[in-house]
Design a protein around this ligand. Structure first.
Ligand code: CA
Length: 202
């Protein structure tokens, strides 16, 4: 009996966060909290996109709002879409954003590739001057790096910065990145009343 109770408790503990994470769904340009759907009236709560970064996959074909001291956008070898960002040398690319409390951040991920399989430093900023720097190790194929564990337990994140590298093997010191994502808790944006629209057709 105790064993069954413990199993049930474990199942509940495991299911609770997963259920929460799975209740947000995307369809076309809509992101919706599934628990908010009123199937009678058609009312639903739309939520903001999860990624707080702008131009995360460089699909504008330009860098802004990313800033840099040498990176550029290229339409060769993108991880997804048509564009990615590339650099030759130990230079940085950075995006600043409205401060977000770390408790609201679900994950921080990026795609990276280096033909020479070298190193890439990543900085997470908590103020203009306060940041943590750590390394990821890109290889010659596009790979997904999850750096969520590098996030501090408390504080507010204000920027992310990624470096290329110089030195090592004799070839070009080439770094490419794409689809950088700081996924945050969705925030209810507004309530759409599709019921009112539907009633026009009855
Ligand atoms: Ca892209």
């Amino acid at each position: 009996m105790k064993f069954v109770t413990a199993l049930l408790l474990l199942a509940l503990l495991l299911a609770a966060p997963m259920a929460q994470a799975e209740r947000i769904a995307q369809s076309g340009s809509f992101t919706v909290d599934l628990d908010s759907i009123d199937r009678e009236s058609g009312d639903v709560v739309l939520v903001t996109p999860l990624n707080i970064l702008q131009n995360p996959g460089f699909e504008t074909g330009e860098l802004p709002p990313w800033t840099t001291n040498n990176w550029s956008v290229t339409d060769a070898d993108a991880a997804s879409g048509d564009y990615c960002a590339e650099d030759f040398g130990n230079y940085w690319i950075r995006q600043d954003f409205d401060a977000i409390d770390v408790s609201g951040i679900n994950s921080i991920t990026l795609w990276a590739m280096q033909p020479e399989a070298a190193i890439s430093a990543v900085d997470l900023f908590y103020s203009e001057t306060d940041f943590d720097e750590f390394l990821i190790f890109p290889v010659a194929d596009w790979s997904l790096f999850d750096v969520t564990a590098e996030l501090r337990a408390a504080g507010s994140l204000v920027a992310i910065r990624v470096f290329g590298y110089s030195g090592g093997p004799p070839g070009p010191d080439h770094t490419l990145i794409d689809d950088i994502a700081i996924d945050a808790q969705p925030v209810a944006a507004y309530e759409a009343t599709w019921g009112a629209v539907k009633s026009l057709y009855r």
